[in-house]
Design a protein around this ligand. Structure first.
Ligand code: FES
Ligand SMILES: [Fe+2]
Length: 405
């Protein structure tokens, strides 16, 4: 369990269950059905936050690159000649073509597929066909550079600069995570990418509480003894620790996992061989750390009532057969948990659409949702209004409220 400045639910002043003040702190349901707000949330919450791109081990050689498609924008991370990683907006300075897709190696230059402008790996424009036909030089036409940070081998970028570093945000939790040796990991496969029929905040809310596990995830409940309250730090990074149950599960795959986990991976400290750490970093990133693997759960808004899940899994390379078997079992369990979450989140979205519906009170076990909703209101103060503003006015109202804040 985390310590230091990590805040547990019992440390936080909190209204009694179901009181008027607690209900009022939950976002109103219109905020889960508004395309206009989803655009504002992308600008005010996603762009200024750390977004996961890839593992550093995917970018070992000069010219190795990875992209992240955030729908409105795309970003590139590339390894340059000096060995550094650089991050740029993935858009050509000429006429906006997307420069790179997916991941791979681009050689010593990033060359636009439209008219052939080319950039070096630090983003400078270094060549363009028919150079003499342009007025002005190339020096001001480099790619837009972005903030980049690598934490425990995970590469993140931030489009709007400013705010705390990842190392600062995760400082409370690093001692818990370091024994898992995440830096050594590599992608298991291409990431799962799927679209869920729910507002992105439904999926984030769901990731932020364990209250639903006993009923919503029977397999996880049979396998793990989960800390239902969890913890959260001042940056809103929430998490919980789960340990394998001693009582054998009636299901063979879970029972086999319980049997294998304590003895496999002897190089890991004994206390983490049967411990899963599940985190959520606002606004939209989940991080699940298990002894045999780690996954990132990135939730991207796709309009009002749809979002994209990007779900890459990482593992240590060259592990023996028993570890691969254990991992297979863990990913199988996580996959069915994700399918259950998808079905629950999509059902919530349908329920939110009921006429005049407003959310009921939250349990104190759902305290991290309050913290997230406060962060949404801080970034997008228009989300605090009890009813949706008239169509077309939301951006201006939000701008005015931000200036008043
Ligand atoms: S859009 Fe890239 S070279 Fe023209
Ligand atoms: Fe869940």
């Amino acid at each position: 369990m985390a310590s230091g400045s990590v805040v547990s639910v019992s440390d936080r002043p909190r209204a009694a269950h179901g009181s008027r003040s607690e209900v009022a702190r939950v976002l109103p349901t219109w905020t889960y059905r508004s395309a206009e707000l989803a655009e504002i949330e992308y600008e005010c919450l996603i762009r200024p936050s750390w977004q996961f791109v890839c593992h550093v081990n995917q970018l070992k050689k000069i010219g190795d690159f990875a992209t992240l498609d955030l729908k409105r924008e795309s970003v590139i991370v590339v390894r340059s000649k000096d060995g550094n990683l650089n991050a740029f907006l993935n858009v050509c300075r000429h006429r906006a073509a997307r420069l790179l897709e997916g991941d791979g190696n681009c050689g010593r230059r990033i060359t636009c597929p439209y008219h052939g402008w080319s950039y070096d790996l630090t983003g400078n424009l270094v060549g363009r066909p028919s150079e003499k036909t342009f007025e002005g030089g190339k020096s001001a036409l480099g790619l837009k550079k972005l903030e980049l940070e690598v934490l425990l081998g995970l590469v993140f970028v931030r489009i709007v600069p400013g705010g705390p570093s990842l190392r600062e945000m995760w400082a409370d939790y690093l001692p818990m995570l370091e024994p898992y040796r995440l830096e050594e990991m590599e992608p298991l496969d291409a990431p799962w990418i799927e679209s869920w029929e729910c507002n992105w905040k439904v999926a984030v809310d769901n990731n932020l509480e364990n209250y639903h596990i006993p009923v919503g995830h029977p397999g996880l409940q049979r396998l793990l003894d989960t800390d239902m309250v969890g913890f959260i730090n001042r940056h809103g990074i929430a998490g919980s620790t789960s340990t394998l149950r001693a009582r054998p599960s009636p299901k063979w795959s879970e029972r086999l996992y319980q049997k294998l986990a304590p003895t496999i991976l002897p190089e890991l400290p004994a206390e983490i061989r049967d411990t899963w750490q599940l985190f959520t970093m606002p606004p939209n990133i989940g991080l699940d750390v298990m002894p045999d693997s780690m996954d990132v759960f990135q939730i991207l808004p796709l309009g009002a009532e749809r979002c994209e899940m990007r779900y890459p899994i990482f593992v240590r390379p060259n592990e023996p057969r028993e570890v691969r078997l254990q991992r297979y079992l863990a990913t199988r369990i996580m996959r069915s948990t994700t399918l259950e979450d998808r079905s629950l989140c999509e059902s919530i979205q349908r329920g939110i659409g009921s006429h005049d519906y407003e959310f009921g009170p939250l349990s104190s076990l759902e305290h991290c949702i309050h913290d997230f909703h406060e962060r949404v209101r801080t970034g997008c103060p228009v989300a605090a209004l009890p009813t949706a503003p008239a169509a077309g006015t939301m951006r201006e109202i939000n701008h005015r409220l931000r200036q008043q804040a």
